[in-house]
Design a protein around this ligand. Structure first.
Ligand code: PLP
Length: 388
């Protein structure tokens, strides 16, 4: 893992918060206020005329939230960031902020389910979409329509962890005057910096690795200052899905240990993935480290986080359920990126065809590796798969 030392410093935090009465506080003050007052009416009017950079009302800007926004903008090497009350609030603000009736969105790769459900919902507002599971340049080029306004990427993609060639797709989009947005939640800004590869907009759920403790919901959007200003006035301020100062402060605390968590979880996940690869009951392990496109993966990823999936050789849903129910150290639940290991499957008793349409095998198990230690997790998987 090659985490930039500058990024570690941003996460730990080296800012000082001025205090006129002595030593400065080590952590950011939590500014629990809904509004800010002004000495005179002219001051208020000036503030309202530039609400994206003035403290007027906490639905717009708040000093505690701004501390985290500045960090995320810098970690992604973007111009500005806005934080949201969840990853989905961030994703909806991007779509509603840049799209209009008559536009078309192209999703490339396996995409987070609720993001696609939102796209379905947007059909009733005149916004169409297609999904391209073929991810090479030619396939993406063929799927572009005259009214394609946005190409939505997820890399590595949900469930199957397939990696996209960001430079190639960003180049193609620029040729056609199309915006690109990537969901960078799996890699975090520490392991992948999409803006450097020409991607226009980056979204994150901060509920996963960024916070890292399964105790907070948050989301983020990062882009140029100009585009963020557009999103601020067109959707952020109007949809109101903001992050409160208390949550922003908790996120700030979670981010302080992100480099260390990721290093440990990434290394342990790779150990577990390599062990699973040799297991006789396992058909395949889906982890970016095993992707055939080595040059591309190494160009884009500075390392691997701790979420990956594997496929059982025999059996359908019942075999998957048996293995999952026998696990003792992996908790069964949605989400990922916390310090506790988690397991889930997209399989249901009768959804083989629906999964096949997404090119997801039915006997797929996804795990998020926590901080229990690789040995403990391998022993757990070993006993759970004894006669799988
Ligand atoms: C969880 C998740 C989201 C949504 O984030 P929330 O904070 O749960 O709203 C978006 N993208 C990916 C890849 C996710 O895993």
């Amino acid at each position: 893992m090659r985490i930039d030392p500058h990024d570690i410093q941003i996460c730990i935090g080296d800012e000082t918060y001025a205090d006129e009465h002595g030593g400065a506080p080590m952590t950011a003050p939590i500014v629990m206020t809904s509004l800010f007052s002004f000495p005179d009416l002219d001051g208020l009017m000036e503030g309202l005329a530039a609400e994206h950079r003035t403290h007027v009302y906490t639905r717009g800007q708040n000093p505690t939230v701004e501390v985290v926004e500045r960090k995320l903008a810098e970690l992604e090497r973007g111009g500005a960031c806005k934080l949201f009350g969840s990853g989905m609030a961030a994703i909806s603000a991007v779509m509603l902020g840049v799209l209009k009736a008559g536009d078309h969105v192209l999703f490339v790769n396996n995409t987070y389910g609720p993001t696609l459900q939102l796209a379905d919902r947007l059909r009733s507002f005149g916004i169409e979409h297609d999904i391209s599971l073929d991810t090479d340049g030619d396939a993406v080029r063929r799927a572009i329509r005259p009214n394609t306004r946005l190409i939505w990427l997820e890399s590595p993609g949900t469930m199957m962890m397939r990696v996209l060639d960001l430079d190639a797709i960003a180049g193609l989009a620029k040729e056609h005057g199309i915006l690109t947005c990537i969901d960078n939640s799996w890699a975090t800004p520490l392991l992948q910096k999409p803006i450097r590869h020409g991607i226009d907009i980056v979204v994150h759920t901060c509920s996963k690795y960024l916070n890292g403790h399964s105790d907070l919901m948050a989301g983020a959007v990062i882009s140029t200052a100009e585009r963020m200003r557009e999103i601020f006035y067109r959707s952020y301020l109007l949809l109101g899905g903001i992050l409160g100062p208390m949550e922003a402060w908790l996120l700030l605390r979670g981010m302080r240990t992100m480099p260390t968590r990721l290093r440990q979880q990434g290394a342990d996940a790779l150990t577990v993935a390599n062990w699973l690869r040799e297991h006789p009951a396992v058909r395949a392990v889906y982890h970016p480290a095993f992707a055939p496109e080595r040059e591309m993966v190494e160009r884009q990823l500075a390392g691997y986080s701790g979420v990956f999936s594997f496929e059982l050789k025999d059996g359908g849903f019942d075999a998957v359920r048996r293995v999952i129910d026998r696990l003792r150290h992996f908790r069964i639940g949605v989400s990922w990126g916390g310090v506790e290991s988690l397991v889930i499957t997209p399989a249901r008793p009768a959804n083989t065809a629906a999964l096949a349409a997404q090119r997801i095998p039915q006997a797929l198990i996804r795990i998020s590796v926590g901080l229990e230690g690789a040995d403990v997790l391998i022993a757990d998987l070993d006993q759970a798969m004894k006669d799988a």
